[in-house]
Write a new protein. Sequence first.
Length: 621
Amino acid sequence: MKVTWNLTRFLPSTDRGKILLREFALNGQWTYAKKLIDEAGQEKNLVRAKLTANGDTILHVAVKAQHTSFVKHLLHKMKPDDLIIRNKDGYTAFCFAAASGVTEIARLMVAMDKDLPSKCGSSDQKTPLLIAVLFKRRDMAHYLLSKTIFHELPVEEQVHIFNATLNSELYDISLEILESDVNYLATRKCKKKNGDHSGDDGETPFEVMARKPIGRDSWMPATSWKVRIVKAIKGLYKKDMTQEAATRLLQSLFEYASYFSTYEDVVKLISKPNLLHVAAKAGNAEFLVQVFRFFPEILWEKDVDATTILHIAIENRLEVVWKLLYDVGWLNDFLVKNTSENNNDIMYLVAKLAAPHHLNKVSGAALQMQRELIWFNEIEKVVPVSQLEAKCKDTKKEEHKELLVEVKCEDSKKSTPCTEEHEDLLRLDDNKKLMITSHQISSEEQKSKLTPRQLFTKEHKDLLTEGEKWMQNTANSCMVVSTLIATVVFAAAFTIPGNYDKTGTPIFQPNIWFTVFILSDATALISSSTSILIFLSILTSRYTEEDFLHSLPAKLILGLSSLFISIVCMFVTFSATFFLLYNKATISIPMMIGAMMMVPIPCFGALQFKLWIDIFQNTYL
């Protein structure tokens, strides 16, 4: 017996009817929703009914729930005017479609009303394209941009959409907008709309891009064969299209700025705020590279602290910028010898310990120490000898001055200037008085002046200690594994699979897998023993600064390589044993075991890949 539903009693004239229709839309149950809409008829026109306290219609609800099929059938029951109904917050259903990122729903709605993408779908005048960008819906933004006549939008809306794509890191869309005959957006400021937290008020595209971490992996020229090797190895990973699009976008921005702005305007644009500092702190080497390529004169511009782009690059360890300046021959005596008001000359900046976010670009304290040494030595080669011997102030020694509250002479109750014979009283926070003579203070100031090499050693003392511990812990852990492998494969050499014939010859000797067993076992023993010796030499190293430059990293990569070879050969030995034992049985069992034994090999390689690349790149490239 077929059951028929009389849904007219649930019509949305009652709260129960609204709840029911909303539930159908939320769950994508078009069959029940259609029956309810049809039975209500045109008089009720349920497709325009407000189903929620916020004034959402059935289309709002279905779009929010991302039920494409439900929306497709529902649109056949609607008119174009029904698509622009707003809820109490002022949003149309198309706004929610743009925010959801479901491109198919947007296509269905645009097919019914082609002007939807150009209509402001919210009370605060946000276009659907801007909403999609703010929610980082790349595919939706691409589609809506193709359906929007961008240059016909108000200029302020164009600027806001363009800057929003930069903040959302949708650089490919930014490029598409910039190349659509609206290149004036490159230098226009964007005023923030109500409720939008995408960026600070009055930002230009250059300000947005400066704080993005757009960097480069190597400071070597792009034509170097060494770089090609590294890139080929790193090509095993997925290509980062966002970084490439960001680089192309930066090039376009600076290109348009160079064509349509004067040099004075560009300097003002970059210096207020100081975008060179912003980009350097964010690790955005690409921004600095483009500044130099399009506006090389900015190299000579100084900020309030008399700091140039070269000082910024050195302080923030931007090797690619340093390399670019060095290659074009701009490191002349004036620039190298120039010092800032805070005595931040070239060697002083490079001798200081890098910020943690710069150190963490490589794995482990030992490799971080190596990178700092390489950076110091490379700059040391090009600066004048006078700077290598110049004294740098140790800022840590200056901290004792902050403890000084008042200076009094012992033989006078009044505060008077003290002579060399008098003693200075330094009042500390715990109200204790420390007696330091003027001669002693002068002595401390003399000690606070160090050469760049001495300052480097002092600043990196803790990092050197951490690097020693990291190297010892790594060597100890690897040596334990190498010892276990050596023990196993050594015993395997005297426990050959199978029996012996009457002459004492192994019965499996003519089998090819026996040869594989012997060769892999011997190779595993040799490589594991080699790795033990290498790791032992690491443990007995002196751990001086120079050891971290080449000796220790080279030993580590050789030890890890030997360990990896021994692991591979051990698994091959194990697999060969099964092929020998199941020589006359089904071949599927040893093949299955051999396949499973190969699983740890790529796992070990993948887990240690980043470490290998860091060591290889810093030591040999």
